[in-house]
Design a protein around this ligand. Structure first.
Ligand code: RFL
Ligand code: PHB
Length: 390
């Protein structure tokens, strides 16, 4: 088989890249290790920056998110039981975020790809990529028991943190930066009305809490838990009781509980691999970098990588220009590191950290007092949350 751009991974990065390239008349083939249904059952991000929503519009897949996404003009920081509203719209000159689940982003992109009749090989086993540092990159995989070889002009590694693409780059060609946090997030999804119209990020002596949502009738909650916790030890009742203890009094009062639709623990990590291009292989999204979810940046960074990558490839095919390809890695990394900094900062500000707890707590308190009392600091927070310019 042959294609112009072989995309490994049918998560949001791979699907969005495929859609943008298709609209520019460039052929793609996507290889995905899992089934389409499996990809759709992963409950992850919920907040889209305005720039991500605009990119979905440009890809021709923005109609449903514009109709059904919830526009959020602000969110709350709840500090030890007292809520403070961060007015995103006022602080950023009119920008707001959109609450629209990653599952729905993926579903919209999958439908568009299927409607356009574009090829995706799901359940692709033993995916390997080779010769991406030459003019003739290619991949091998096994689908339905048959071995397949795919030749391409370029390979886009959109295969997430545990994918095969970054792992195929020689170790001495990569520089890795990593910080693993000593806690994770236990998430629960339920068909219950959210405690508030806006997200609440809560700092509490028992640990961080996030109250998020997917719709006016579907809630998504997270609790900071030690990395040693196991999801089997968290019955729904235990989750709801712990959440209630950490909420401010008004939210605790409004909390409606119900059976969980999904419950899982995600470890928190900051990670960057540099550079993001090796010859004819590009890394995009979680394959190249991870942020802790506190800043709601992961999916949005994946989208901005894909914006730069689609522009670079379109430029290459239309104008035979190498410029976008040569600058891809540095353009992405400049935005990536700013989002890494913001995500690390917000995580450090709101979570309980075990080491030096008393000292840490005082520093957090001082910083929160400062941020909440300073118009300039609030603007910095809001500007980063809605997304820095591409
Ligand atoms: P994905 O979504 O991991 O998709 C990668 C795809 O590649 C496939 N794959 C392979 N395919 C073929 N061959 C192989 N060898 C392969 N290995 C893997 C996988 O099956 C998969 O389908 O990466 P992508 O596309 O880069 O997208 C990144 C986002 O998923 C991620 O950044 C966000 O979910 C992060 N994130 C959030 N981001 C936000 O912008 N806002 C949020 O509010 C937000 N909340 C979150 C989050 C992530 C979370 N978890 C669970 C990590 C909340 C949580 C709890
Ligand atoms: C979510 O709704 O899953 C969500 C929202 C905001 C975050 C992280 C996750 O910062």
């Amino acid at each position: 088989m042959r294609t112009q751009v072989l995309i490994v991974g049918a998560g949001p990065s791979g699907l969005l890249l495929g859609q943008l390239l298709h609209r520019a008349g460039i052929d793609t083939l996507i290889l995905e290790r899992q089934s389409g249904e499996h990809v759709l059952t992963r409950i992850r991000a919920g907040v889209l920056e305005p720039g991500t929503a605009e990119l979905m519009d440009e890809a021709g897949v923005g109609a449903r998110l514009r109709a059904e996404g919830l526009v959020h003009d602000g969110f709350a920081l709840a500090i030890d039981g007292v809520r403070h509203r961060i007015d995103l719209r006022a602080l950023t000159g009119g920008r707001s975020v959109l609450v629209y689940g990653q599952t729905e982003v993926t579903r919209d992109l999958m439908s568009a790809r299927a409607e356009a009749g574009l090829p995706t090989l799901y359940d692709a086993a033993e995916v390997r990529i080779a010769d991406f540092d030459t003019e003739r990159p290619h991949a091998h995989c096994v689908v339905n028991g048959a071995a397949i070889r795919i030749d391409a002009d370029f390979i886009a590694g959109c295969d997430g943190f545990h994918g095969v693409c970054r792992a195929s780059v020689p170790a001495d060609a990569l520089r890795l930066f990593e910080k693993v946090y000593p806690f994770g997030w236990l998430g629960l999804l339920s068909d219950t009305p959210p405690v508030s119209d806006e997200l609440i990020y809560g700092r509490h002596p028992r640990g961080f809490t996030l109250c998020s949502m997917r719709s006016p009738t579907r809630s998504r909650y997270y609790l900071q838990v030690p990395l040693t916790e196991r999801v089997q030890h968290w019955s729904d009742d235990r989750f709801w009781a712990e959440l209630r203890r950490r909420l401010d009094p008004e939210a605790a009062d409004r909390l409606v509980t119900g059976p969980s639709l999904e419950k899982s623990i995600a470890p928190l990590r900051s990670f960057v691999a540099e550079p993001m291009r090796f010859g004819r292989l590009f890394l995009a999204g979680d394959a190249a970098h991870i942020v802790p979810p506190t800043g709601a940046k992961g999916l949005n960074l994946a989208a901005s990588d894909v914006r730069y990558l689609s522009q670079a490839l379109i430029e290459h095919y239309r104008e035979r220009s190498q410029a976008g390809i040569d600058h891809y890695s540095s353009r992405c990394l400049s935005r990536v590191w700013k989002a890494e900094r913001f995500s690390w900062w917000l995580t450090s500000l709101l979570h309980n950290v075990d080491q030096e707890p008393a000292f840490q707590a005082r520093l957090q308190q001082a910083e929160l007092d400062y941020v909440l009392g300073s118009e300039a600091a609030l603007r910095v927070l809001a500007e980063n949350y809605v997304g820095l310019p591409v």
